[in-house]
Design a protein around this ligand. Structure first.
Ligand SMILES: [Zn+2]
Length: 415
């Protein structure tokens, strides 16, 4: 049991319910020369707070372990949002919803974690949008498209500086960002200050009940410090005089929740929010019970995946990995899948090619290598959240009898 206090409410009621053991940093891909050097490992364990209900990593990894400045002091990050067409459409829809529902008089929009501008470029008036992005290499791409982007981390201090320069904002958006923020209280103070009285703060993050339902334990890694339910988020917002007034489930990343919040009383609560909260109550998301079930399921999953992959290998089949995703690092290390079973991992991100995966050191190759390799029988799909797109892209592999393996909800060969 942990002696750590809850990082949100500081109570001593944090209960550890799942431990993965020592895990490497999920995006810390290695060059060949570093393979025999010591890697950074930390104890990846997850806890549930009985008071504020926040599910959280017990030990956190400092940002500088995964957003590393280069020789010129520029920060670089491994993920370019616009490489996915499906995500581009998804963010397009969100931008239009925000515009039609909240920006009736062309008010300003701020995006935290604006990446390469994938969402802000969908807004009609680029004069009114501002992005904040800590990674210089991706922010530059947005800037080149005329989207003003500050290379920085959002904080209360940054919010104050922006307000002085530009005033307040009607809408603040952040997708797949809030779950990465270590000091959520400082972050929320900044949000409260920077939105105007009718301002909305809209987040989208993987939804904890979906993770429990799908057994997608690989959504838990060093960058994902928090796993949110509407219940735990409500408690957090309440501490900052804000409240959730609407929510909408999204079919991305295996189930995300789009959460609309505002200063208390600014908007009426929607019936669909009430119905999600009702489901959370029924599934006892505010008690330790569903998390203990999850722990049992995750352990069974580990054993089954390892048995499936190793069984095929022992039959003489050739297996590789598909996509060197951060999530995959967790699956490989937790289920003990190394280069002895997966010959390589195919990934379309140019700068990952030629590197090795954290912990297990599986070589990463370009999709060309995978496409020319007619001996591959099975590819373990680590980017299962892009499965539809990938299936469409890899028709040739499937046509010649190649098959994909996914690890959740149950490890299985996709037929
Ligand atoms: Zn708490």
């Amino acid at each position: 049991m942990t002696k750590e206090n809850c990082k949100i409410c500081n109570n001593t009621s944090l209960e550890e319910f799942l431990t993965f053991g020592k895990m490497p940093v999920s995006n810390a891909f290695l060059i060949k020369e570093d393979l025999d050097k010591d890697e950074f490992y930390y104890n990846m364990a997850v806890g549930f707070c009985g008071e504020c209900h926040m599910v959280q990593l017990i030990e956190t990894v400092p940002y500088n372990k995964y957003i590393v400045p280069d020789d010129e002091g520029k920060t670089n990050y491994a993920f370019f949002s616009s490489t996915s067409n499906f995500m581009e459409e998804h963010f397009d829809d969100l931008a239009h919803e925000v515009e039609n529902r909240f920006l009736l008089n062309n008010q300003r929009v701020l995006e935290i974690g604006s990446n390469d501008g994938i969402m802000l470029k969908a807004f009609t008036n680029r004069e009114k949008v501002l992005g904040i992005e800590p990674s210089a290499n991706v922010a530059e791409i947005a800037q080149k498209q005329g989207i003003e982007s500050k290379v920085d981390f959002f904080s209360e201090g940054l919010a104050e500086r922006i307000i002085k320069e530009k005033g307040k904002f009607r809408a603040v958006l952040s997708t797949n960002v809030t779950l990465n923020i270590m000091d959520l209280h400082d972050f929320m103070k900044g949000i409260y200050k920077i939105i105007d009285d009718k301002g909305v703060f809209i987040t989208e993050d993987p939804y904890l009940p979906s993770i429990l339902d799908n057994n997608s334990y690989d959504q838990i890694y060093d960058e994902h410090i928090w796993l949110f339910s509407l219940s735990s988020l409500s408690n957090l917002y309440n501490m900052h005089n804000m409240e959730i007034f609407d929510a909408e489930k999204q079919d991305v990343h295996g189930g995300s929740m789009r959460v609309f919040s505002c200063k208390k009383g600014a908007y009426d609560k929607t019936p669909r929010l009430q119905s999600y909260l009702e489901i959370e109550r029924e599934t006892k998301i505010d008690s330790i019970d569903p998390y203990l079930d999850f722990t049992r399921n995750v352990e069974i999953n580990r054993q089954k995946l390892s048995a499936l992959v190793r069984g095929l290998k022992n039959q003489g089949k050739k297996l590789v990995g598909y996509a060197a995703a951060a999530k995959g690092t967790i699956v490989q290390n937790y289920s003990n899948l190394g280069p002895d079973v997966l010959d390589y991992i195919s990934d379309s991100t140019p700068f990952k090619q030629g590197l090795y995966t954290p912990g297990k050191h599986i070589p990463i190759v370009s999709p060309d290598v995978f496409h020319k390799d007619k001996e591959v029988n099975y590819a373990v799909l680590f980017a299962w959240n892009h499965a539809k797109e990938i299936m469409a892209k890899e028709k040739e592999f499937l046509k010649r009898g190649g098959k994909f393996i996914v690890h959740h909800p149950e490890p299985r060969i996709l037929e």
